[in-house]
Design a binder for this molecule. Structure first.
Ligand SMILES: [Zn+2]
Length: 315
């Protein structure tokens, strides 16, 4: 356990120093596409001024770690993340990896699996873009109809980079059919499936598929918590069902909230900015009021994300 660290944008931190962790959030996200002339750029002062109050509120709500899931293709900006991290006690963890095919920067279209394994391993073990920051995990995405050929390349590269470094893979995957196709590639790469996180599992209504995936050791992430179009009691029920079937250890909870978005007025995303406190303020009380005990809540918001994202120091 003492060799277990989180690889944050400001350096390695022992896992034991953290408590509650949000495994899927966004601070700075650019959805205009990587060919936009000022892609992934904005005034860092404005970003900090805009996002700092949300980080402060999350800190007050007990959040100690935030996994920033904006990967390459949707605006990863490591300098801005480092500057934000300097403004808060919350540990910020950034990804290596690449988003789905439609958001692939031109420079990544013709890379081989080996090229990506080398780059992603370097970003996890040495440096992202010549900054002092390292990546804490691998974030990829597959198209809604299932992985394209290019995304299969990314999945295989992610598996090999994970095998080389111990870093977790989180993959934006809509629906059970897409995740099953993805899992087949991971199995083919002999990845231990407890390194894999099914991002947006709530997109699949068939809960038996959640259990089937959890049975493989995969983390099933409910990351629509607190979103305006969701029914919180239905979400509580889903969580309870997983816990009652003894899949509590496979479950992750997050908001998929934020974010500062370049190209939008004052960086406000469509639908407005969402903060990172709903789980602390509303959802945990709802879980407790609906039969979950504090021990289980701690498992969901602290123990599981620690186990999912911890990196073992080998040297
Ligand atoms: Zn997200």
């Amino acid at each position: 356990m003492e060799n277990q660290i989180f690889r944050t944008v400001l350096g390695d931190v022992p896992v034991a120093e953290l408590g509650m962790i949000l495994p899927h959030e966004h601070l700075f996200t650019d959805l205009r596409g990587p060919d936009t002339f000022d892609y992934a750029q904005d005034d860092p002062g404005l970003v900090i001024e805009t996002m700092k109050p949300y980080l402060a509120a999350a800190e007050d709500a007990g959040v100690t770690g935030l996994i920033e899931c904006s990967t390459v293709g949707v605006g990863r900006n490591i300098e801005i993340l480092r500057r934000l991290a300097e403004q808060t006690r919350i540990h910020i963890i950034a990804p290596t990896g690449i988003y789905k095919e439609a958001f692939t920067p031109k420079s990544f279209l013709h890379c081989t699996v080996d090229d990506l394994v080398q780059l992603w391993t370097e970003e996890i073990t040495q440096s992202i873009e010549d900054t002092p920051a390292k990546a804490g995990f691998i974030k990829i995405a597959v198209s809604d109809d299932g992985p394209t050929k290019l995304e299969e390349r990314n999945i295989r590269a992610a598996a090999r980079a994970s095998l080389a470094t111990g870093a977790a893979i989180a993959s934006h995957t809509i629906g059970g059919r897409a995740v099953m196709e993805e899992i087949a590639f991971l199995v083919d790469e002999a990845l231990s499936l407890d390194k894999f996180i099914w991002v947006h599992a709530e997109s699949e209504d068939d809960l038996s598929l959640h259990r089937q995936v959890a049975d493989l050791g995969i983390y099933v992430e409910y990351d629509f918590i607190g979103q305006p179009n969701q029914d919180p009691l239905a979400q509580v029920k889903k969580v309870r069902t997983m816990v009652e079937h003894n899949y509590g250890e496979r479950l992750l909870l997050s908001h998929d909230a934020g974010w500062f978005q370049p190209g939008r007025p004052q960086g406000q995303p469509e639908g407005g900015m969402r903060g990172y406190t709903y789980i602390s303020d509303e959802f945990i009380p709802l879980l407790l009021a609906n039969g979950l005990d504090r021990e289980t809540v701690k498992l969901l918001i602290e123990t599981n994300p620690k186990r999912a994202f911890a990196v073992e120091l080998t040297n």
